[in-house]
Each structure stands twice: as C-alpha cells, then as structure tokens.
Design a protein around this ligand. Structure first.
Ligand SMILES: [Zn+2]
Length: 183
C-alpha cells in the first residue's frame, strides 16, 4: 500500500547536515516506525514520504522551515548566574525550562561566562537544511488502538492494558515507540 494518513510506516534513514556531517543513522540498528500524518516527523520529511511504497529509496534535502524551523536570535539569552539559585556547576549542555519570548520552552546552556549563563531555546538543528537518505521498509494500516493512542506499537503488538500516558519523546532514550518504557 502507499503511504497515506494513518499508515504505520517503517523506515531506515540516514540524516546529514548541510556540511555532509552524519547526524543520525538507523541503518546499523532498528528501523524507525511512525504513524504517518500525525506530525510525528518533521513536515518536510512526511511530505516526501507521502505516496511512497515499501522498497522505495530516496534522498531529500529539507529546508530549515520544513525541518526544525528557522533560528530565532530572540531565543538565545543571557541569564545572570544568580538566577540559577542553588544549582552549582552550570556547564554547557545542561538543559532547563526557561521563560522566553515564545513562552516557556526547554533551553540548553551554550556558554558560561563569569556571572552570566548563555542559554539557547532553539532546537539544536534549527536553521539547518537537513538531508535524509530514506529506505521505506514496510507500510501497513495502523490498528484502531494505535490510532487511538496517536502512535505505533512496536511489531503491531498491543499496549498491554496499562494506563496510557502520552509518550514523552523528549525523555532521554525515548523514541516514541517504547524506548522509554512507556509501552
Ligand atoms: Zn500506545
């Protein structure tokens, strides 16, 4: 079947940035399964996948505005060190929730000066065109349960009857597909 809204789609993909640097690849591990048409992928990649069938291979370069968005200078800000209160050892890479001009969002520490901490609320891939090399592995209908949950259950299995919280895909190790134990 062709990939269309509410298909359960399995893909392998390799992601490189505008400089050709490899950022991610699924080819040496498990392929990714996602529910098509529910904004689980960046919009530009979903558009490219629409209508494809199992076995299709393609390369697509997705502009920033169809990927993780443009880079907003206003999301980068300097925060006085004292605003962090009792938190010690602030180092680049640490993540916090901060008030920005676009509301509350996760920010990452990018630089620590004497008494000022620079935080950036942009997605790490914001402002970048991204190139995907994709192989469509499998396309099937999503089950009624998967549609109700808004995501795919690995190998078409059931959810196991747990209380179903929405998957927190921001959580380390979570791929929205059971990686964090939410399934
Ligand atoms: Zn579920």
């Amino acid at each position: 079947m062709k990939i269309s809204k509410h298909a359960a789609v399995t893909i392998h993909y390799r992601l490189t940035d505008a400089q050709g640097l490899l950022l991610e690849s699924s080819f040496d591990s498990e392929p990714m399964i996602y529910l098509h048409g529910t904004e689980n992928l960046i919009p530009g990649l979903e558009n490219e996948l629409d209508g494809k069938v199992a076995g299709d291979k393609f390369e697509a370069t997705i502009p920033a505005d169809q990927a993780y968005g443009e880079y907003h200078d206003g999301l980068k800000q300097e925060v006085p060190l004292e605003a962090f209160g009792d938190i010690e050892d602030i180092v680049p890479g640490m993540r916090f929730i901060a008030e920005t001009e676009m509301g509350q969002r996760p920010v990452q520490v990018t630089e620590v000066k004497d008494d000022v901490v620079v935080v950036d609320g942009n997605h790490p891939l914001a402002g970048q065109a991204l190139t995907f090399n994709v192989e469509v592995v499998e396309v099937r209908e999503a089950t009624a349960e998967e549609l109700a949950h808004g995501h795919i259950h690995a190998h078409g299995g059931s959810c196991g009857g747990h209380d179903h919280e929405p998957c927190d895909t921001q959580k380390p190790g979570c791929d929205g597909n059971g990686g964090c134990g939410c399934h």
